[in-house]
Design a protein around this ligand. Structure first.
Ligand code: RFL
Ligand code: PHB
Length: 393
């Protein structure tokens, strides 16, 4: 088989890249090792920057997003028994939108299949080869077990943190990494949100986040120990901790049945460069941020917006300039978001044994809610910078 761009991974990065390329007449093949139902149900991100929403709309993906997405003009920061509102419209002139990653993935899978795209689920033994030549090759076994080989112009490694593309070029990459001594326990609960906007709570017993999935569904997170086990967290214990960490006189956290729960480790990780020969890495395959700044999905979208531009210039007109600049263009945004995610994480996650650290956090939080410059900086970073490339169509 022959294609222009071989894409490994049908997460948001791989699916969106294929969609953007198709809009500019570039053909691609997408291979994914999980099933369609698995990728469409995997609970992850929920918060989209304004530029992500604008991009999805510009490429015909705004329909369900406009019906199901909820625009948010700010967040609450809670600490020392007080809850403060930050107004993003006023501070940064921008907003964010709550729309689950599961829904974006469903929209993209439907759009790719409707366009007759070659999108293969449940493949195995994926390998990338020949990325140092001008004919890289993607090999895999299809869902029926038949060995396949796709000769490509370029391969896009959109296969997430645990994929095969980054390891294939590991000896060419520099990795910068930071671990954190805590993790997030996330639940999806069948209960109307108790808040109109997200609440980020700093509390002596640990950070907590109240997010939203819809009028009847809430998404809540708790800081837990990095090595904690979900078996230690029966639903009653989760609600008890959420009640304590969000408690505020005159306000009630409503409880409901817990539909899903899982613990996610936290790390910061950046691999560079994001291009080695004809293998381009994008999204979580190249970098990971802790979820506190809500940046992971948005960074994946920004990467593929830049990558689509670069590949269209390269494969349609032979202009290799944007592809040569791909890594540098993306890494500027990646490092800014890596800083912001680290900063939000460090400011909000608590350790009762560290009194000095706790007082620094409280001083920082007080500055964020009382200084316009400090709150505007948070608002600008949270709502996100405009994309460095215009829409292709
Ligand atoms: P994905 O989504 O991991 O997709 C990679 C795909 O590649 C497939 N794959 C392979 N396919 C073929 N062959 C192989 N050998 C393969 N190996 C892997 C995988 O099955 C998968 O389908 O990466 P992508 O597309 O780069 O997207 C990144 C985002 O998923 C991620 O950054 C966000 O979910 C992070 N994140 C958040 N980001 C935000 O912007 N806002 C948020 O509010 C937010 N909250 C979160 C988050 C991530 C979380 N977890 C669980 C990590 C909250 C949580 C709890
Ligand atoms: C989510 O809704 O899943 C979410 C929102 C904000 C974050 C992280 C996750 O910072």
């Amino acid at each position: 088989m022959r294609t222009q761009v071989g894409i490994v991974g049908a997460g948001p990065a791989g699916l969106l890249l294929s969609h953007l390329l198709a809009a500019a007449g570039i053909e691609s093949v997408v291979v994914e090792n999980r099933s369609r139902s698995y990728v469409e149900a995997r609970q992850r991100a929920g918060l989209l920057e304004q530029s992500t929403v604008d991009l999805l709309r510009a490429y015909g993906l705004g329909d369900r997003l406009d019906r199901g997405g909820i625009e948010h003009g700010g967040v609450y920061l809670q600490f020392a028994g007080e809850r403060h509102h930050l107004d993003f419209r006023e501070l940064a002139g921008r907003t964010v939108t709550v729309y689950a990653q599961t829904e974006i993935v469903k929209d993209l899978v439907a759009a790719r299949l409707a366009a007759g795209q070659q999108l293969e689920f449940e493949v195995s033994q994926t390998t990338v080869d020949g990325w140092w030549t001008d004919r890289p090759v993607l090999r895999y076994r299809d869902a029926g077990g038949t060995a396949r080989e796709v000769v490509c112009d370029v391969i896009a490694g959109c296969d997430g943190f645990h994929g095969v593309c980054r390891p294939a070029v590991a000896d060419r990459l520099t990795v910068s990494e930071r671990g954190y001594p805590y993790a997030w326990l996330g639940i999806l609960a069948d209960v109307p949100p108790s808040t109109d906007e997200l609440i980020y709570a700093h509390h002596p017993e640990g950070f907590a986040l109240h997010s939203i999935r819809g009028p009847r569904v809430s998404r809540l997170y708790l800081q837990v120990a990095a090595d904690d086990d979900i078996a230690n967290w029966p639903d009653d214990r989760i609600w008890e901790q959420l009640q304590r960490r969000f408690a505020l006189p005159g306000w009630t956290l409503e409880q409901g049945p817990v539909r899903e729960k899982a613990i996610t480790p936290m790390r910061s990780f950046v691999a560079s460069p994001m291009r080695v020969g004809r293998l381009m890495l994008a999204g979580d395959a190249a970098h990971i941020v802790p979820p506190t700044g809500a940046k992971g999905l948005n960074l994946a979208v920004a990467d593929v917006a830049v990558l689509a531009h670069a590949l269209v210039a390269w494969l349609s007109t032979g202009d290799t300039g944007p592809a040569e600049a791909y890594s540098q263009t993306c890494l500027a945004r990646v490092w800014r978001c890596t800083w912001f995610s680290w900063w939000m994480t460090s400011m909000l996650h608590t350790n009762p044994a560290d009194e000095f650290g706790t007082q620094l956090q409280l001083a920082q939080l007080r500055q964020v809610v009382t200084s316009r410059a400090a709150s505007a900086a948070l608002a600008e970073n949270y709502t996100g910078a405009p994309l460095p490339v215009p829409p292709l169509v």
